[in-house]
Design a protein around this ligand. Structure first.
Ligand code: IMP
Ligand code: MG
Length: 213
């Protein structure tokens, strides 16, 4: 199956000034006790909601008369999926899948493990895979391979955020909320060591050194 290319014009670009970050290949501080984390807002809650509403309309415009089966990738997509689902009119069903990368995320081994499978079959369904962020693309590549074997009617991909600079796998999303630079972001479902998911905005995480007492 081929992944339909997104409409680049539809992707909102977020201009940001670059800030000092931890190494792009490693999102973890060397020692937690020596660092101080801070989050700088990149995309406001209002902007996220506006864009989700637009994305929902784009999706329904593309599939005006058919039931859509939204598959959220846990856990990062939960808020995006629930907001998106409520903005799409008509017949919608939901399911969730969970994956994790083998070993350390700083190494791009590309090995992805399924940790929670779907509850129901996707055979014959129009599936919209809902992801928080498209980074290297390894996760999405793996998921698309898994889903294609299950004979859906068709598959589309919706991501809130896209970091194209980091892409390794040849995958693209059909619906992109915001294209962002190569920064580590948290909030609105996205985490750093399981924290910050509950922030309403999406922000850039900065790991600065703590001042000596
Ligand atoms: P990929 O397989 O490299 O595309 O990674 C996809 C997953 O990595 C996402 O679903 C996120 O869970 C995580 N991820 C990638 N970039 C970020 C980020 O900037 N902040 C938080 N999580 C991220
Ligand atoms: Mg994710």
């Amino acid at each position: 199956m081929s992944v339909i290319l997104p409409n680049a014009a539809a992707c909102a670009r977020v201009p940001v000034t670059r800030i000092r970050m931890a190494k792009s290949t490693s999102y973890k501080p060397k020692s937690k006790s020596k660092t101080q984390e801070s989050v700088r807002t990149l995309i406001s809650s209002a902007a996220i909601q506006r864009r989700i509403s637009e994305m929902a309309q784009e999706i329904r415009r593309d599939f005006p008369a058919e039931p859509l089966h939204l598959v959220g990738v846990l856990k990062g997509s939960v808020f995006f999926l629930t907001d998106l689902a409520r903005e799409i009119s008509g017949d919608i069903s939901l399911d969730f899948i969970a994956v994790s990368s083998y070993g350390n995320r700083t190494e791009t081994s590309g090995e992805v493990k399924l940790t929670r499978d779907l509850d129901s079959s996707i055979e014959g369904k129009t599936v919209i895979v809902v992801e928080d962020i498209l980074d290297t693309g390894m996760t999405l590549q793996y998921l698309l391979r898994v889903f294609e074997q299950r004979k859906p009617r068709r598959i589309r991909v919706a991501v809130l955020l896209d970091k194209p600079e980091r892409r390794i796998a040849k995958v693209r999303a059909d619906y992109v909320g915001f294209t962002i630079p190569n920064e580590f972001v948290v909030g609105y479902g996205l985490d750093y060591a399981e924290r910050y998911r509950n922030l309403r905005d999406v922000g850039v995480l900065a790991l600065g050194k703590k001042e000596k007492k």
